[in-house]
Design a protein around this ligand. Structure first.
Ligand code: SAM
Length: 330
C-alpha cells in the first residue's frame, strides 16, 4: 500500500490555510468539485482496493480515480455491492442486477503476478464474484481471456447484468474501451440471457467447447486449404508488402506494452501461449529446441517459395507456378 493511500482527508475547520497552502474555502471548493464528479458523473457506486502494484500511467483503476469516478477503499473496509474479484467463488450473473444498481461494483487493483500479496480476508464483501470467460481488449493484454483490467472487469459486470449502457459509459473514458464490448458482443448477449451462477457457467462451458471445436476445424482446414489462401509473401504486391512492413514497425512500438504485460504476469519477455482454458502453457527446453527446428524448416519452406511465382487465373484463384517447371500448376 502506498504512502497516504486510502487515508481519509481531514478538513481543518478553523485554520485559514490547509496543508497545501490554499485557503480552507478554496480547499472546500476543490473537495466539492471532486465530490460532484464522483457522484454526478456515474450513476452507480464504484470502488476499488488499490495495492499500488501497477504503473500508474497504464493502470485503468488509477485513471478512473483521476477522473473522480471511483472511490478508494481501505484494507479492512468491506463493500456492500458486487466485488469482482479473483477471490470470488461464483460468477457475475443477471440475477445480480439489483445489487449492482443499489450498491454498486468494486474491484481489486493489483498485479496478477502478485495476487498472493493481497490480504483477501481483509477486503471484499458478501457478494464476491468471478467473471465468466471474456477477452481483454486493453492495449496491455489484448486478446487474453479472463484476466481483464479493472475498467473491463467493472464494465463486464455491468454488461452481464444487462446494464450495457453503464458499461459503455465507463469504457468511453479509454480509447480502446469500446472495443471491449465489440470484441465480446456475442458472448455478453448470451450471458445476458442467463439468470444465476449455474446458467452462466453452463453458457460459458458451451462457448468454450464451441471455440475449441472451431480451433480444431480451422487447423484441419489449414492443412488442406492454406496453400490456396496464402500467396507468396516474398513476392507480395508492393502495397501488401508495405503494409506487412508497417505492421512490423507498429509491433516494435507495442513491445513496451508487451514487456509491461510480462512484468504484470511475472513471466519473461517472450510470447505467451495459452491452452483453451486461458492458462499459460509453460515452455520446456524440448519445446524451445522444437521451435528452433521449426524456424529452420520455415526458412527452408520460404526458400522453396522463392523459387515460385504466384499467378491468379481468370476466376481469381491462386495458381503457384514453379519457375523450374513453369507448366505445372499446383
Ligand atoms: C488484477 S487487477 C489488474 C489491474 C490492471 N493493472 C489495470 O490496469 O486495471 C484486475 C482486477 O479486475 C478484476 N478482474 C479482472 N478479471 C477478473 C475475472 N476474470 N474474475 C474476477 N475478477 C476479475 C479483479 O478485481 C482484479 O483484481
Amino acid at each position: 500500500m502506498g504512502k497516504g493511500k486510502n487515508k481519509e482527508s481531514s478538513v481543518r475547520g478553523r485554520s485559514q490555510k490547509g496543508s497545501n497552502g490554499h485557503s480552507s474555502r478554496h480547499n472546500h471548493k476543490r473537495m466539492e468539485m471532486r465530490h460532484e464528479s464522483s457522484t454526478t458523473n456515474f450513476p452507480v457506486k464504484l470502488a476499488m482496493w488499490d495495492f499500488d502494484h501497477c504503473d500508474p500511467k497504464r493502470c485503468s483503476g488509477k485513471k478512473l480515480e483521476r477522473l473522480g469516478l471511483i472511490k478508494s477503499l481501505r484494507v479492512g473496509q468491506k463493500f456492500q455491492g458486487i466485488v469482482v474479484s479473483p477471490n470470488g467463488k461464483t460468477v457475475v450473473c443477471p440475477d445480480d442486477k439489483t445489487l449492482v444498481e443499489d450498491f454498486g461494483a468494486s474491484v481489486v487493483e493489483c498485479s496478477w503476478a502478485r495476487l498472493n500479496e493481497v490480504p483477501f480476508n481483509k477486503i471484499g464483501g458478501k457478494h464476491e464474484r468471478l467473471l465468466p470467460y471474456l477477452v481483454a481488449a486493453n492495449q496491455v493484454n489484448y486478446g487474453r481471456p479472463w484476466r481483464l483490467n479493472c475498467v473491463e472487469a467493472l464494465a463486464a459486470c455491468f454488461a452481464i447484468v444487462g446494464r450495457t449502457d453503464l458499461a459503455a459509459d465507463l469504457l468511453s473514458n479509454f480509447s480502446w474501451g469500446p472495443a471491449f464490448l465489440e470484441l465480446n458482443k456475442e458472448l455478453i448477449a448470451i450471458y445476458q440471457q442467463c439468470t444465476d451462477h449455474d446458467s452462466v457457467k453452463e453458457a460459458e462451458e458451451k462457448w468454450l467447447l464451441q471455440i475449441e471445436q472451431e480451433a480444431i476445424d480451422r487447423r484441419e482446414l489449414a492443412k488442406t486449404e492454406d496453400i490456396w489462401m496464402i500467396g507468396n509473401v516474398n513476392r507480395a504486391p508492393k502495397d501488401l508488402k508495405e503494409s506487412f512492413e508497417e505492421s512490423e514497425d507498429e509491433s516494435e512500438e507495442d513491445s513496451e506494452d508487451e514487456e509491461y504485460a510480462n512484468e504484470e504476469y511475472g513471466i519473461g519477455a517472450r510470447e505467451i501461449k495459452y491452452d483453451s482454458l486461458g492458462n499459460v502453457i509453460p515452455y520446456s527446453d524440448e519445446e524451445e529446441a522444437d521451435e528452433e527446428d521449426e524456424d529452420t524448416e520455415d526458412e527452408e519452406e520460404d526458400f522453396d517459395d522463392e523459387e515460385r511465382d504466384t499467378v491468379v487465373d481468370k476466376l481469381g484463384s491462386l495458381k503457384i507456378q514453379d519457375i523450374v517447371e513453369p507448366s505445372i500448376n499446383i
